[in-house]
Design a protein around this ligand. Structure first.
Ligand SMILES: Nc1ncnc2c1ncn2[C@@H]1O[C@H](COP(=O)(O)OP(=O)(O)O)[C@@H](O)[C@H]1O
Ligand SMILES: [Mg+2]
Length: 228
C-alpha cells in the first residue's frame, strides 16, 4: 500500500459555549510512504486539531480518514486506540513521559500493550528493541534514569524512541522542539529525519523550523480552515 494516509474532505467544528467555530474546512491530503511533510500556520489555525484527526485521536465532524487502506470512520474508540498504538508514533511538544517510570520503561510501555509482540518474543524482545532504540538516539547511558533528571532534549529523545517501539507506519510530531533551545532542537530534528528516512516512514511535522522545512518533500500552510 503506497498511500499510508488519506485525509478526505475533513471538516472540524467546535462549540465554544453556544457558538460553533469551524476550524477545518474541507481538508484533503494524501500521504505516501517515505515522505516528510511539514505543516505551518499561525497559532490557533487548527494545526494540532488536524494532527489529532490524522492520528485518529479525534474524529472529524464530517469527512474521513483512510489509514493504510482501511477507513477509520466506523471504528469504535477501542479499535482506534489499538490502531493508534500499533500504527502511529506521536511526538508532542511536551514529551508526556510518565514520571514514575525509567526511560527504558517509558519506551517499552506502548509495546507492552501491543498484542503483536506476543508472537515475537514478548517482554524480552520489547526490552531488546527499546534498548536498541535508546542507543540509536544516543541515550545508552541514560536508560535507567527517570525523566525528571534528564534534560529537555534527552526527554524528547526518549519520546522519539517510544514513538518508534511498535514500528509505526506514520510518525506525527506536533511542534516537537517548541520547548527546546535552538541547538537542541536541531539535534532532535536531525535525529527525527534520520530515523524516519532510514525506516521509510511517512513523517508529518508541525514546525516553524526553516531547515526542516527545506528538507521536507512537501510544505503545507494551514489558513482559514484550508490547506495550501
Ligand atoms: N476541544 C476543543 N474545544 C473547543 N475548541 C477547541 C478545542 N480544541 C481546539 N479548539 C479551538 O480550535 C482552534 C484551533 O486550535 P489548535 O488546533 O490547537 O490550533 P494550533 O495548533 O494551530 O495552534 C482554536 O481556536 C482552539 O481554541
Ligand atoms: Mg498546536
Amino acid at each position: 500500500m503506497e498511500n499510508i494516509l488519506e485525509v478526505k474532505n475533513v471538516c472540524k467544528s467546535f462549540y465554544q459555549g453556544s457558538k460553533e467555530i469551524e476550524v477545518l474546512n474541507d481538508i484533503n491530503l494524501t500521504v505516501k510512504k517515505n515522505t516528510l511533510i511539514s505543516i505551518q500556520g499561525a497559532s490557533g489555525t487548527g494545526k494540532s486539531t488536524l494532527m489529532h484527526i490524522m492520528g485518529v485521536l479525534e474524529k472529524p465532524t464530517s469527512g474521513g480518514i483512510v489509514f493504510d487502506g482501511v477507513s477509520m470512520t466506523d471504528k469504535s474508540d477501542k479499535e482506534l486506540a489499538v490502531w493508534r498504538n500499533e500504527k502511529i508514533g506521536f511526538i508532542f511538544q511536551f514529551h508526556n513521559l510518565l514520571p514514575e517510570f525509567s526511560a527504558l520503561e517509558n519506551v517499552m510501555l506502548p509495546g507492552m500493550i501491543n498484542d503483536a509482540w506476543k508472537d515475537k518474543g514478548g517482554r524480552q524482545s520489547i526490552r531488546d528493541k527499546a534498548e536498541s532504540l535508546l542507543r540509536e538516539v544516543g541515550l545508552e547511558d541514560r536508560m535507567n534514569h527517570h525523566p525528571s533528571i534528564l534534560s529537555g532534549g534527552e526527554q524528547q529523545r526518549v519520546a522519539i524512541a517510544r514513538a518508534l517501539i511498535n514500528d509505526p507506519v506514520l510518525l506525527l510530531a506536533d511542534e516537537p522542539t517548541g520547548n527546546l533551545d535552538r541547538k537542541t532542537g536541531e539535534v532532535v530534528y536531525e535525529l527525527l529525519i534520520h530515523l524516519s528516512r532510514s525506516r521509510s516512514k511517512a513523517f508529518i511535522v508541525v514546525t516553524h523550523d526553516e531547515e526542516l522545512v527545506n528538507k521536507s518533500d512537501c510544505l503545507f500552510h494551514l489558513k482559514d480552515g484550508g490547506l495550501s
